[in-house]
Design a protein. Sequence first.
Length: 168
Amino acid sequence: MTEEIPLSRTQLKKQMTALQELGAELVSLTPAQLAEMALPESLYEAVTTAKQITRFEARRRQLQYIGKLMRHIDPEPIRARLDRWKASSLEHTARVHRLERWRERLLADDTALPELLREHPHADVQQLRTLVRNARRERESNQPPRNYRALFKLLRETLEMMNGPPTL
């Protein structure tokens, strides 16, 4: 017969702290995301109450309470959902950074446009050239960045046409 070894106090405390941190992540969600989580009613109410608490000590106690409630449910589906949301958010951020790098390269280097066209032959060459030229003029004369923003939008449409719409 195999006997389970009881957890040490340190291990128990680490587990409880992890559940409180997971509860704090739940508190930081938007109401729509929270509704998607399909939480037990008592946990959902505790999380929505914590969102309204502004005093530090009261909020800390509420987060402890949320951690206590989470001991009675399986936290893995919640972790998995939060990880999926974080991953899609990171993908979105990476996509935006890639678009910003392309825009800066187009404005700084004349050889960047032919490279972009090799990678994305479906791109609107004329509109890209016009926006790059106008964005450079705007930058030189310290005008509002209207074409600079339009270039970003066109790049986003061009790159998404190739890769498909973003998934969030």
